[in-house]
Design a protein around this ligand. Structure first.
Ligand code: FAD
Length: 458
């Protein structure tokens, strides 16, 4: 099929270098990524996805699949090859009964929240509304509702996807069950999801967002108290302890600009009155420099951080590791490392796991073992290309320093960039990786979907 024949079968647009809209369509979130696909298909429906996959396969073109474009390693866009842009397939339909929603494969979490919250329902997403449902869910999905309802992938009931052969199939509890297991954490390896079906949960009208920001120099005193509080906190409490710097921005008091802080960002999934009581201890662990706490609606909460993460502007390198504990020695080692971060735009977060996340068996999903109590995510962000080496080097050295305290695994949605083949195997562990390989051989034996955290068929 020629490009013109492909164009004539599509409901969406086909863009080539020089087409209007080509440059805007190839921009992804990480400003370090500047790739030029030979073709971009802006899909409108499943038939466009089938036509694109068949065209790429028969023409021998590499395939990149883009939803929210937030993958920090830039897998949503390729040099040469065909970029399958799902972002216009973003409709969300809440089912009568309000217990489930159908979400098209290119939707963002903002699209989901906009459709579900008017019915006082939600399903666990991420912390930023522009992040794609697809990438986040397929590698796990860690957000504010994890204590009560688990990871995003734990709430996936079924998925419709286009396979490497161009077939449209369903993965559910009764059809292609191995595939449903693999989609719950195994990434974009097995096909292009055109529809996700998620379980919905009631969400309170107003919930509590608790976020005191303590001076970073007090972290050695605050972090152990946070750890102890989180150890006995109810499932409704999900949170992270986040190192960052107050930006030079009139939105913040001038005397705090440039101050490094440790913010204890916490959400209580339940009525705001209850949440305010439950999280109050976190606000008096010391003397906060600022306190961003307040009652809010879930949909507003989901956009609170959006302005801090603009698309395509900054250079980024993020890498995570699961911690097996957070004793005072680990805290000390971490604080020493974090103090050396070269950029004030950088975040480093300690995410707490517990509640519903840990009640899912290790072999129930490709996400695997849930026993780790914490994840450290080192999110370097900077603006000048001359600072690339310093920032990437800082993350890699810090990550290495923390390995004695790690479970040895990491979160594949915060995976680094250009880390080598072993990373994916190590992240899954040998047993899960071998099972994923079996599924890969069944659905994509020639590995045409390889712009992802790639599971090799053999
Ligand atoms: C600012 C920011 C905030 C974040 N916050 C969180 C957070 O709170 N919690 C969390 O868990 N993660 C978070 N992440 C990480 C995020 O989950 C990953 O970056 C994820 O890959 C983004 O998904 P996407 O659809 O936006 O990405 P894309 O870059 O579009 O795609 C990511 C991967 O998924 C594949 N893919 C995309 N669409 C499909 C599809 N329809 N079918 C099959 N495969 C597909 C792509 O090929 C690619 O490999 C954040 C990332 C950023 C940049």
């Amino acid at each position: 099929m020629t490009h013109e024949e492909l164009r004539s079968t599509l409901h969406g647009e086909l863009l080539e270098p020089g087409s209007a809209g080509y440059d805007a369509a190839r921009i992804v979130w990480n400003g370090m990524i500047d790739r030029r696909p030979a073709l971009i298909v802006r899909c409108r429906n499943a038939a466009d996805v089938v036509a694109s996959v068949n065209h790429a396969r028969t023409q021998g073109l590499a395939i990149a699949v883009r939803s929210g474009g937030h993958n920090v390693a830039g897998y949503a866009v390729c040099d040469g090859g065909l970029m399958i842009d799902m972002s216009q397939m973003n409709s969300v339909r809440v089912a009568p009964g309000l217990d489930r929603a159908n979400v098209e494969g290119g939707a963002t979490w903002g699209d989901v929240d906009a459709a579900t919250t008017p019915f006082a329902r939600a399903t666990p997403g991420g912390l930023i509304s522009m992040t794609g449902v697809a990438g986040l869910t397929l590698s796990g999905g860690i957000g504010w509702l994890r204590g009560t309802h688990g990871l995003s992938c734990d709430n996936l009931i079924s998925a419709d996807l286009v396979t490497a052969r161009g077939d449209l199939i369903r993965a559910s509890d009764s059809e292609n069950t191995d595939l449903l297991w693999a989609l719950k954490g195994g990434g974009g390896n097995f096909g292009i999801v055109v529809n996700f079906e998620f379980r919905l949960h009631p969400i309170a009208d107003e919930i509590m967002f608790c976020a005191p920001a303590y001076p970073e120099e007090h972290a050695r005193d605050i972090l152990p108290q946070w750890r102890d509080y989180m150890a006995t906190a109810p499932d409704e409490v999900s949170g992270l302890a986040e190192f960052s710097t107050i930006p030079t921005d009139p939105a913040y008091p001038e005397e705090t600009w440039g101050r490094r802080v440790l913010a204890l960002a916490t959400v209580y999934d339940g009525p705001a009155d209850e949440g305010e009581c439950a999280t109050r201890p976190l606000r008096s662990l010391g003397e906060p420099l600022l306190d961003f706490s307040g009652r809010t609606r879930y949909r507003v909460l989901q956009r609170i951080y959006d302005g801090l993460f603009p698309k395509g502007r900054d250079r980024c390198y993020w890498k995570s590791t699961y911690l097996s504990g957070l004793d005072d020695d680990v805290i000390g080692a971490m604080i020493n490392r974090l103090a050396k971060r070269p950029s004030d735009m950088t975040y480093a977060s300690i995410w707490k796991f517990g509640g519903a996340v840990q009640r899912v068996a290790a072999d129930a999903t490709a996400f695997g073992d849930r026993s780790m109590p914490f994840m450290l995510s080192l999110d370097a962000i900077w603006s000048d290309p001359a600072d690339d080496d310093a920032n990437i080097g800082w993350v890699r050295e810090s990550w290495r320093d923390m390995q004695p305290h790690s479970t040895g695994r990491l979160y594949l949605n915060f995976p680094g960039l250009g880390e080598g083949d072993r990373l994916v195997r190590d992240a899954f562990g040998a047993k899960t990786y071998a099972r994923l390989q079996q599924v890969k051989r069944a659905y994509d034996p020639d590995n045409i979907f390889q712009m992802n955290q790639n599971v090799l068929p053999h």
